[in-house]
Ligand binder design. Structure first.
Ligand SMILES: [Zn+2]
Length: 221
């Protein structure tokens, strides 16, 4: 017997029919599934809108202790053919770094959970992001949007493809190493584009569970 991870009704899979339908309505469709990152050519694929039930799910999992929701959302997101295609093209998966500040507050690292779930499904390994970045982003988060822009990039350390060496499959799936960078929510896209900029020699793709993308705006929360 199974219980719905959201409402605890008895059901046969992760979500009962009612919650599954609500999540289906929160799914992004068509062009809304994509957002273009600032100052790069990167396109982020997202599954859900970060509002209503999409936002409730992420917050309940990350900060309210409903940890079963994370893996359930990851499994549900795998229904998306575009995500399946992205996984098929990728050699390594890397989660965006969670800040030490949020871990100290007890937030669950949903980005990491997402990376593990997708990697297990696709038979890939998860490469952790450079450790130094979680220190840096904590300070970044204290700055205003205009201060944040460019500050990180001017000081950032660059890594070559050997960073991924212990995690990449042999042979590679494509001519050049391709990394799927994942995060739980995309808000401004700065974290993702700055992370990708640390690895100028590798091809990257982006996937997030939910999108609150508003170009040029500060994160809503
Ligand atoms: Zn339910």
């Amino acid at each position: 017997m199974n219980f719905c991870v959201l409402c605890f009704r008895v059901c046969r899979s992760d979500f009962c029919a009612v919650c599954d339908e609500a999540l289906r309505e929160a799914e992004l469709v068509g062009e809304r599934r994509f957002c273009k990152l600032p100052s790069t050519n990167g396109i982020v694929l997202s599954s859900y809108a970060y509002r209503g039930i999409g936002r409730d799910c992420v917050l309940a999992c990350k900060s309210q202790g409903f940890r079963r929701i994370g893996p359930a959302l990851v499994r549900r997101s795998l229904r998306c053919p575009l995500l399946q295609e992205a996984l098929g093209r990728s050699d390594v998966i890397m989660p965006a770094p969670s800040s030490l500040w949020s871990r100290w507050r007890g937030s669950l690292d949903l980005a990491s959970m997402l990376a593990e779930g997708l990697a297990r499904h696709a038979g890939l390994l998860v490469c952790p992001p450079p450790r130094a970045l979680s220190f840096r982003w904590r300070k970044q988060a204290l700055r205003t949007h205009s201060q944040r822009r460019g500050v990180f990039r001017s000081r950032q350390k660059l890594y070559d493809a050997s960073y991924f060496e212990p995690y990449r499959p042999t042979p590679l799936r494509s001519a050049r190493l391709k990394v799927l960078i994942v995060d739980d929510v995309v808000t401004t896209g700065h974290t993702l584009s700055e992370l990708a900029a640390c690895f100028p020699q590798v091809e990257v793709e982006f996937y997030t569970l939910a999108s609150a993308f508003r170009p040029g705006k500060d994160p809503a929360c």
